[in-house]
Design a protein around this ligand. Structure first.
Ligand SMILES: Nc1ncnc2c1ncn2[C@@H]1O[C@H](COP(=O)(O)OP(=O)(O)O)[C@@H](O)[C@H]1O
Ligand SMILES: [Mg+2]
Length: 147
């Protein structure tokens, strides 16, 4: 599988489609269970935020390969009002609508990489989930991280 997929997001149906597409791509990339479901759930949360808080935006699903790992990058882009207090928005107890969703902090926990940029011109969330090519490489990286 090569190349990225870009999905316009403005309705609940769009976010359901983005969720399904993300799960399918994760499966095709070889992510074992439950990763495709976790990725799909994270996509669903940030796509829901586009619909609820920005109105319209885009989700880009981008498979990537590096020397010892590969994975899926998910970028959510909108030109909505932005998040005034990004730090607060990432806290577990923060949700303007008191919804049942996992929200931004939940999406962050489900993924390996999570970046949030927001200003008055809009919001961009970049999330990554990766897989190591082999166990040896994984163990090496684990040691590096702990060192
Ligand atoms: N794309 C976005 N554009 C503008 N504001 C956003 C966006 N995503 C999140 N927010 C703000 O960050 C807050 C926290 O988001 P989230 O954790 O998903 O909780 P919830 O959506 O349930 O309120 C939202 O209440 C909203 O104020
Ligand atoms: Mg939300």
């Amino acid at each position: 599988m090569k190349g990225e997929v870009r999905l316009a997001i403005s309705t609940d149906a769009d976010l359901v489609a983005a969720r399904a597409q993300g799960r399918a791509m994760a499966q095709q990339l070889g992510f074992p269970r439950p990763d495709p479901t976790l990725i799909a759930t994270a996509i669903s949360e940030i796509a829901r935020n586009i619909v609820m808080h920005a109105g319209t935006g885009e989700i880009v699903l981008r498979p990537f390969e590096e020397h010892d790992r590969y994975g899926l990058e998910v970028v959510a882009i909108d030109a909505g009002p932005g998040i005034r207090d990004v730090e607060a928005a990432l806290r577990d107890d923060y949700s303007a609508r008191g919804g049942l969703g996992l929200g931004l902090p939940g999406a962050r926990r489900l993924m390996d990489g999570f970046q949030l940029h927001s200003d008055a011109a809009g919001t961009t969330v970049t999330m990554t989930k990766w897989r190591y090519r082999d166990e040896l490489a994984r163990a090496r990286a684990e040691r590096r991280r702990r060192a």
